[in-house]
Design a protein around this ligand. Sequence first.
Ligand SMILES: [Zn+2]
Length: 122
Amino acid sequence: MSPKTICSFIPRMANKVKTDRGVTYRIVAIAFSKKNNFLGLAMNGFRDFMSDGKGKGMHAEMKLMKQFGKQIDRIYILRVGNALDALPIHPCDNCSKVANKLGIKIICLHEEIEDLNKYIKK
Ligand SMILES: [Zn+2]
């Protein structure tokens, strides 16, 4: 998939964060199939409070893997601060392990796209 195509999804991802005030940042993930079809978008709960046992704190990429499983080829993850600035994010060990098992690649948008903020701040 071309960078241009993936960039077209970034405002949509950031928009999810805009509607959710009162947190310091959110992580948004989008999944694509092997045929480059958009499968879905998910946002994590509070990454720092993972252990409420209800899946509320589940990581965005994990939500997508639970929902779409092996249909997924790649997941792009983006962390957006409450000032709508792109922040670095990497998948945790647990999500990486599940992704490996399913043959899914997790791509960090801040490493993939130069000047991410250009697509977020409008
Ligand atoms: Zn994770």
